[in-house]
Design a protein. Structure first.
Length: 108
């Protein structure tokens, strides 16, 4: 995993998302999720290519039930884009890199 992607959990989620000066794209994922593994390298590329404009983070839904429930994450992968500490966009399912970037481009 890239050093550019931050691992979050129930204890660190609020602090990281609210303190960030750039939008935060949070990947709600699980070890057993096939589509989550498909988008992982795409998210690493986005984290590398857009460093300084967006922060990419991962939150394991099996280990962080409080945050998962708070944001009504029912299927994974779910990507939530936070700006100024608030969820601004929700993307559900594995999508190609170009489509992900198009859907979050308004926040970069």
């Amino acid at each position: 995993m890239s050093g550019k992607i931050v691992q979050l959990d129930d204890a660190t989620f609020d602090e990281h998302v609210k303190a960030s000066e750039v939008p935060v794209l949070v990947d709600f994922w699980a070890e057993w999720c096939g589509p989550c593994k498909v988008i992982a390298p795409i998210l690493e590329e986005i984290a590398e290519e857009h460093a300084g404009k967006i922060s990419v983070a991962k939150l394991n839904v099996d280990d962080s039930l409080d945050v998962t429930r708070r944001y009504d994450v029912m299927s994974i992968p779910t990507l939530l884009l936070f700006k100024d500490g608030e969820a601004k966009a929700r993307l559900v399912g594995a999508k190609p890199k170009a489509q992900l970037l198009q859907e979050i481009s308004a926040y970069l």
